[in-house]
Structures are given as structure tokens and as C-alpha cells.
Design a protein around this ligand. Structure first.
Ligand code: AP5
Ligand code: MG
Length: 207
């Protein structure tokens, strides 16, 4: 099964993607994670992406489509994959349609009032684990691997506002785009916990 995970910044795409990948054996591909590892390694793509990410804007479509196309050409995706944060514009969706067969677009619908607190309170670990400060009780290291937790550079109120604007203008139209192709399923997250959201996600995927 090839799945797109759609949702505003902080909707819980990464949180749910990890669980989906584990349960259903699909490969988790996050363009945000790919850009962040390029930034860490100091590549040309990383240098270009950083200025856009820090401003809460989309990295140019051509660069983004190329890295996804390249990733989907690898043998490990043959059993299915989960795209987290791609596509993010109509152009990207149309390009994706040229080199991939998508079965389902799963839209995580979250109340925007929750987003600022969720993102600004997020702490991440290099192993991929994500926490919210309210659950950490002062802990500064990852419960899973012991590494130091840190805050993403784009997780500040000003950049989050810009990321939300970008989502509303550039990405939200994809909901109608995939609905028109009969590929859209929406999970309303509301105030549900990650476990409850995952239960609703599984109900959709098990259909
Ligand atoms: P990306 O890394 O994809 O960031 P994003 O879309 O802004 O989303 P986040 O990763 O912030 O949130 P999430 O939905 O994964 O939520 P999470 O599970 O972490 O992209 C970053 C940047 O890269 C973009 O702004 C852009 O510049 C660039 N980029 C990426 N893809 C691109 C593309 N295709 N084209 C162009 N540019 C691109 O959860 C968030 C927090 O909430 C965590 O603290 C978590 O613990 C908590 N949480 C999760 N679920 C729940 C719940 N149910 N209840 C309570 N708390 C919860
Ligand atoms: Mg994410």
C-alpha cells in the first residue's frame, strides 16, 4: 500500500507515521526529515533548504520532487511506503502522479488552536522519537535511547505562523484534489491522544 499522510504542521504526521510504518511494514519517507539530514550533513540541498525551512516556506518544488523521485526508485519501497509531508503543493501532487501509484491519501485533521502549543512544546531526539515538554517532567534526554533532546530550529512561534499560512495556501487544496480522485480518507483528531488517533487510522487502513 502506498499512502500519503496529509495534515497541517503539528497535526501528528510524524507521530502516526512511525506507528503505521511499524504495524503495516511500509517505509516511512518524510521530506522534512530528509531536508534536516541534508542540513546536518552540510550538502548543497541542505544549504538551499535551510533558508526556506527557517522562513516557514516550501523548499522549491523541483528540488523536492527530485529527492522524492530518487527515494522512490530504491528497491526497499517495493512493499509499500508512506509519504509524510509530500506532496505539499498541487504541482508536487501532479508530479508525484507521474512516477508513483498512490492508493490512499490519509488526512489528519487537527484543530489549529492546538498546533502552536504542540509544536513549540515539541522536543525531538536524533533517533526519531518525539516528546512534548509537558510530559517530560524536566527530563532532557530520550527515554528510548538516552540521547540529548533538542528543539527544531523552525519550532518557534513566528516560523510556526508562517508554516501554517503556507499550509493553508499551498497544501490544503490537496484535500479536494485527492477527494476528487476518490483517494481521500480523513481522520478527525480533535483532542484525541496519539493512541486514539492511531486506532482511528488503523480502522481506515484495515478497510
Ligand atoms: P516537516 O518536517 O514535514 O514539518 P511540518 O509539516 O510542519 O510538520 P511537523 O513535523 O512539525 O508536525 P507533524 O505533523 O509531523 O507532527 P508531530 O507528529 O511531530 O517540514 C518542515 C519544513 O520542511 C517545511 O516547513 C518546509 O519548509 C520543508 N518541507 C518539507 N516537506 C516539503 C515539501 N514536500 N515541499 C517543500 N518543502 C517541504 O507532532 C507534533 C507535536 O504534537 C509533538 O510534540 C507530538 O508529540 C505532539 N502530538 C502528536 N500527536 C498528538 C496528539 N494526538 N495529542 C497530543 N499531542 C500530540
Ligand atoms: Mg513531522
Amino acid at each position: 500500500m502506498n499512502i500519503i499522510l496529509l495534515g497541517a504542521p503539528g497535526a501528528g504526521k510524524g507521530t502516526q507515521a512511525t506507528r503505521i510504518a511499524q504495524k503495516y511494514g511500509v517505509i516511512h519517507i518524510s521530506t522534512g526529515d530528509m531536508f534536516r539530514s541534508n542540513i546536518k550533513e552540510g550538502t548543497e540541498i541542505g544549504k538551499l533548504a535551510k533558508s526556506y525551512i527557517d522562513a516557514g516556506k516550501l523548499v522549491p518544488d523541483a528540488v523536492t520532487c527530485d529527492i522524492v523521485k530518487d527515494r522512490l526508485s530504491k528497491a526497499d519501497v517495493i512493499g509499500g511506503y508512506l509519504l509524510d509531508g509530500f506532496p505539499r503543493s498541487l504541482f508536487q501532487a501532479e508530479e508525484l502522479g507521474k512516477f508513483a501509484d498512490i492508493d490512499l491519501c490519509l488526512n489528519l485533521e487537527v484543530d489549529t488552536a492546538l498546533i502552536m502549543d504542540r509544536i513549540c512544546g515539541r522536543r525531538v531526539c536524533s533517533c526519531g522519537e518525539t516528546y512534548h515538554v509537558s510530559t517530560l517532567k524536566g527530563e532532557t534526554t530520550c527515554a528510548k535511547c538516552g540521547n540529548e533532546l533538542y528543539r527544531r530550529d523552525d519550532d518557534n512561534p513566528e516560523t510556526v505562523k508562517a508554516r501554517l499560512d503556507t499550509y493553508n495556501v499551498m497544501t490544503a487544496p490537496l484535500i479536494a484534489y485527492y477527494a476528487a480522485q476518490n483517494k481521500l480518507a480523513t481522520v478527525v483528531c480533535g483532542n484525541k491522544t496519539p493512541d486514539e488517533v492511531f486506532e482511528a487510522v488503523c480502522a481506515v487502513l484495515d478497510k
